[in-house]
Design a protein around this ligand. Structure first.
Ligand SMILES: Cc1cc2nc3c(=O)[nH]c(=O)nc-3n(C[C@H](O)[C@H](O)[C@H](O)COP(=O)(O)OP(=O)(O)OC[C@H]3O[C@@H](n4cnc5c(N)ncnc54)[C@H](O)[C@@H]3O)c2cc1C
Length: 253
């Protein structure tokens, strides 16, 4: 790293960030772009998360804090992006779905070890449902923009086509980069859908076997809510006997 490169503080810092862009992506997910208010580069590794500190208090009078995976790659700019699912009656996600562009919030981060070191990065199977795709969007853009060519396969489960977050972008990336394979799966497919159907865990065995037949040192990364995480990990660890060092998890609940 050159001496001019920004470095990441060892302890996550707290800073103010301004919401600069927001749009709905499907019925329940809002994409939000923030920038550090001080204009400094936000230094993080693809796949890490930030904690947002809301101007709200819980029933014990403490500030409400929630964590969100960074959905964008590190670009050495003040900007970072999030994808937030609206949880019914959830204070944090409701606040973020109502937040106006221009609002500033306190943010602590980056944090987390759900990352891939690019220099040694193994071929990877990414498994996500819903906004669990966020860290993978960052990792995929990061790897491809740096010219990486190891296979990166994304198995992404949602209910219906309108919930396929970043679907057009991921499809375009897969067409432009032969090493990136995009495998969406719909649990409630519409008539005429010819792609994968059902829960992601039903496809893990076949994809992992195909990937590892050519690349035995592959790693699996799983992100989302615990129910899917547990089911997918069981297939890998129990059914297929994959070493725990090759299976990486990020749980949202
Ligand atoms: C490391 C980490 C990264 C996270 N990254 C993201 C992210 O990128 N995007 C995101 O939307 N959430 C993410 N979350 C979840 C987020 O921190 C909050 O839990 C979520 O926004 C709900 O907060 P709330 O205050 O609205 O609701 P709460 O009242 O706190 O409700 C919690 C309930 O929401 C459910 N829940 C939490 N997250 C989700 C989700 N994504 N989809 C469906 N149900 C959920 C939980 O099962 C739990 O029952 C992450 C959590 C962790 C620990």
């Amino acid at each position: 790293m050159s001496s001019a490169s920004p470095t990441r503080p060892l302890v996550p810092e707290t800073f103010s960030a301004r919401l600069v862009e927001a749009r709905m992506m499907g019925p329940r997910v809002r994409h939000l772009a923030f920038e550090r208010a001080d204009g400094a580069p936000f230094v993080f590794e693809a796949g890490q998360w930030v904690q947002l500190i809301f101007p709200l208090t819980d029933d014990k009078g403490r500030a409400v804090r929630r964590s969100y995976s960074i959905a964008s790659p590190p670009l050495g700019t003040p900007r970072f992006e999030l994808a937030v699912t609206k949880v019914d009656d959830g204070p944090g996600s409701s606040f973020l779905h109502d937040a106006p562009v221009g609002l500033t919030l306190d943010v602590k981060g980056p944090a987390g070890t759900f990352t891939r070191a690019l220099e040694t990065a193994a071929p990877s199977l990414f498994i996500a449902t819903g906004t669990g795709v966020a860290p993978f969007r960052g990792m995929i853009h990061d790897a491809l923009s740096k010219g990486r060519t190891e296979p990166l396969w994304l198995l992404f489960g949602v209910r219906s086509p309108d919930e396929l977050l970043y679907g057009d972008e991921l499809t375009a990336l897969s067409k432009a980069n032969p090493c990136f394979r995009f495998e969406p799966s719909l649990s409630r497919p519409p008539d005429g859908w010819t792609g994968r159907g059902g829960y992601v865990q039903t496809h893990v065995k076949a994809l992992w076997s195909e990937l590892t037949s050519a690349h035995p040192g592959a790693h699996a990364y799983i992100c989302g809510v615990k129910k899917m995480l547990t089911a997918s990990r069981e297939v890998l660890r129990v059914e297929l006997g994959v070493d725990r060092k090759q299976v990486h998890l990020e749980a949202y609940d």
